[in-house]
Design a protein around this ligand. Structure first.
Ligand SMILES: [Zn+2]
Length: 93
């Protein structure tokens, strides 16, 4: 991150993921200017949402009026959690 005041490269001083977003805090070693940056959704939030989506999928599949799996054979294989994460990071880089 570049300092808004003097243009020097700022050093990361802290990283906060408590809110579910990655908030990185920076401080300029040249002039002391402090700033922060929202760096996207935190990894634990992604994992949390993905597992919630899995639970929802399982519920939908066990519902009495759900379409049977055999209705669309091999047309769209379910992506693994790892594939979802990889796609997420590629998308947000
Ligand atoms: Zn500065």
């Amino acid at each position: 991150m570049i300092c808004a005041k003097c243009g020097a490269t700022m050093a990361q001083t802290d990283k906060n993921t408590m809110t579910g977003r990655v908030i990185r805090e920076y401080e300029c070693r040249s002039c002391g200017h402090a700033d922060w940056k929202d760096d996207g959704v935190a990894l634990w939030k992604v994992m949390h949402d993905a597992s919630e989506q899995d639970a929802a999928d399982n519920l939908a599949q066990s519902a009495p009026n759900a379409q049977p799996e055999a209705a669309s054979p091999a047309s769209s294989p379910r992506p693994s959690l790892w594939q979802r994460l990889t796609r997420f990071f590629l998308k947000h880089r």
